[in-house]
Design a protein around this ligand. Structure first.
Ligand code: ATP
Ligand code: MG
Length: 242
């Protein structure tokens, strides 16, 4: 399968902190790719570069063969890249429907078309019954879903999920897994950051492991979790014994 996203020697520093150092890997069309690594490894920083929130200091990011690094977030969204945020960013005073319409307006200028798409997206994400609820009243799990719904309403080809399943109960996390599978079944490529290995490993096709801003290894999920370097840097004894 051809690469949908190519991350090519991307580096980004903040002051003296090297958040990403010469990062290279591909995301293939149609896959679910897991991005894992310890706190501060550079996962969210990389999402910021891919979605246009920050500009890498060097290197290049290509989407569908075209350079996107340096483009503003709106342009990355128009090209087909959507993301959720590790700290949820819903507009609290607005209804769930209006939150999702913010995403839909990225591609549909007319309110009627945006509303139609937003309602479809709410149905798909299991939030239809909450459409008229202020976002502030949602449960934590529903807020995570709303993030996904707003991102999906931009009609992406690539969806970046930053710890969408973190802090959920096991039942809620399994429902989140089902939603991610359904997203992929719609033909949307998924790249996700997640710390909960038990949930992540059965879901992803491949894993990229970051440590200290660099790629430690890339491979099949079952292989990377047995990699001694990954165990030392991230998983520790808790997974080595499993
Ligand atoms: N805007 C910023 N300004 C200053 N430093 C930053 C900024 N963004 C990220 N960093 C630093 O870059 C490093 C990588 O952070 P990043 O948030 O990408 O890690 P992460 O892998 O997402 O971690 P976590 O698992 O805790 O979310 C950290 O040392 C962080 O403090
Ligand atoms: Mg992060």
């Amino acid at each position: 399968m051809p690469a949908l996203l190519e991350v090519d020697r991307v580096s980004k520093s903040f002051g003296g902190v090297a958040a990403n150092v010469e990062i290279s890997f591909d995301v293939r069309q149609g896959e679910i790719l897991g991005l894992i690594g310890p706190n501060g490894a550079g996962k969210t920083s990389l999402f910021n570069s891919i979605s246009g929130a920050v500009v890498p200091d060097s290197g290049e990011i290509r989407f569908d063969g075209q350079r996107i690094s340096g483009l503003p977030p709106e342009e990355c969204a128009l090209r087909g890249i959507a993301r959720t945020f590790q700290v949820v960013r819903s507009f609290d005073s607005m209804t769930v429907l209006d939150n999702v319409m913010v995403g839909a307006f990225a591609r549909h200028g007319r309110a009627r078309a945006a509303m139609k798409l937003a309602l479809e997206t709410l149905a798909f994400t299991g939030l239809a019954s909450r459409a008229d609820t202020p976002a502030v009243s949602l449960s934590p799990a529903e807020k995570r879903r709303l993030e996904v719904a707003r991102a999906l309403a931009t009609e992406p080809r690539l969806l970046l999920l930053d710890e969408m399943l973190t802090g959920l109960t096991p039942t809620e996390a399994q429902a989140g897994v089902a939603l991610i599978r359904a997203v992929r079944d719609r033909g949307i490529t998924v790249m996700m950051v997640e710390h909960v290995m038990e949930v992540l490993l059965p879901l992803i096709d491949r894993a990229v492991v970051l440590n200290l801003g660099r790629v430690l290894t890339t491979g099949a999920p079952g292989d990377v979790v047995r990699d001694p370097e990954v165990i030392r840097a991230y998983l520790g004894d808790r997974y080595a014994a499993a």
